[in-house]
Design a protein around this ligand. Sequence first.
Ligand SMILES: N[C@@H](CCC(=O)O)C(=O)O
Length: 260
Amino acid sequence: MRIAFFDSGIGGLTVLTEAMRKLPNEDFLYFADTLHVPYGTKTLPEVKRYVEESVSLIMQGDIKALVVACNTATSAAIEELRRTYDIPIVGMEPAVKPAVKRSQAAGKRVLVFATSLTLSLSKYTDLVARVDDHKVVDSMPLPELVQYCEQLQFDRDEIERYFSRKLAGIDLSQYSTIVLGCTHFPYYKSILQQILPPHIELIDGSHGTVERLCSLIGSSANPGQAFKGHIEFKCSDENPAYLDKMARALDYLQTQYSAQ
Ligand SMILES: N[C@@H](CCC(=O)O)C(=O)O
């Protein structure tokens, strides 16, 4: 039986990469909803429907656990999925709580990057209301970064120009922590580390999500071993070129990891 990963596109591969390191003996199915990517600029009813359709296809296979490796899909539909299927389902949400803790120790603010839909939904606004006692959390949607990522645009100069535009007018010295609240964004971790002031720490949810997966499937993390499992890639429009893109994106992430 395999563990399924699901995202609108290639974003969830950032979480799969972490799972391959921690669970090197598992087999995985990775499903991208290429018919409807991006999710983050669509409406809640649309995304709910796309997630339900995708997950019903995924569940036709021999699946022992599902990772919704997408903050937007999690915010929109995780409760419904958990009501419908009785296998372990792990979702993702922007890592606001640990970010607030770290920023308070430094006396600084937190900036959350996510999709427009994630930032507008109650799952996120309730989370911020719960943990942001001192009103230090600011949020910024980065829809273009999802598009760049889907085009495998990893050119440092291009991305640097994009962030200069986005962050113009923001005093980064006030921030200690940036939360990457969309699974497409960790592709840009090393570029961001080069272009942001060095005191800013980037955090994302991959590590916590895979820890949660390990505990739900009763498997202890086994890092350090080479990955020996099998990965099947699928996408909703069944485009062979996209399957190839997923393989290239996964290679890119593995190069990034091994360079760290
Ligand atoms: N992977 C993204 C979804 C991006 C999109 O489809 O707009 C997330 O974690 O939110």
